[in-house]
Design a protein around this ligand. Structure first.
Ligand code: FER
Length: 178
């Protein structure tokens, strides 16, 4: 994908893979103007994946996008994408309990919302773990908005390279092995 991002509409429907400078690898999809999906391939909560997280998505200036949300776990995330420079900055604010029990959150969250909400009441919130990092974008795909195939299964080790190598989506951005 080699287009230049200018408007909010250019950004919505885009699917990204990126690696933070601390080594954590994330996959993230701007599903529509108020919704994101993501999958985590490396880092403290590798294996976690989420559909239909409500988020605030705005364009700050041409080609610069800011996304903010709060999760059922109590984790907060703030991202600034600069897709024309193949980079972003992300800050994640983990409640104490996610740092102490990351395995509880490593699942397809949508099937376990009750567990996230009971855990955030049961365990400690503070002090929070703040992780601010730059990331390099290693893949961008034009998936189109509201494409349910983009983030639709548990991550496996070669998934990011399969996607980058064109082995995962067909020409209509549907999953090949489904
Ligand atoms: C990101 C995408 C998703 C990110 C964090 C998340 C900071 C969510 C993490 C979580 O719920 O554990 O780019 O970067």
């Amino acid at each position: 994908m080699t287009k230049t991002f200018k408007t909010l509409d250019d950004f919505l429907g885009t699917h990204f893979i990126y690696t933070y400078d601390n080594g954590w690898e994330y996959e993230w999809y701007a599903k529509n103007d108020h919704t994101v999906d993501y999958r985590i391939h490396g880092g403290m909560v590798a294996g976690r994946w989420v559909n239909d997280q409500e988020a605030n998505i705005v364009m700050l200036t041409e080609g610069v996008y800011k996304i903010d949300w709060t999760e059922p776990t109590g984790t907060d995330v703030a991202l600034v994408f600069l897709p024309n420079e193949q980079k972003l900055h992300g800050t994640i604010f983990f409640p104490k309990w996610v740092e102490e029990h990351p395995e509880i959150t490593v699942t397809h969250q949508n099937e376990h919302i009750d567990l996230m909400e009971t855990s955030r009441e049961k365990y400690a919130t503070y002090p929070k773990l703040v992780v601010p990092e730059f990331a390099k974008i290693t893949y961008m795909g034009d998936a189109g908005q509201d494409n349910e195939d983009v983030i639709s299964e548990t991550p496996y080790p070669d998934m990011p390279s399969d996607i980058r190598n064109g082995k995962y989506f067909d020409e209509n951005y549907h999953r090949i092995n489904k």
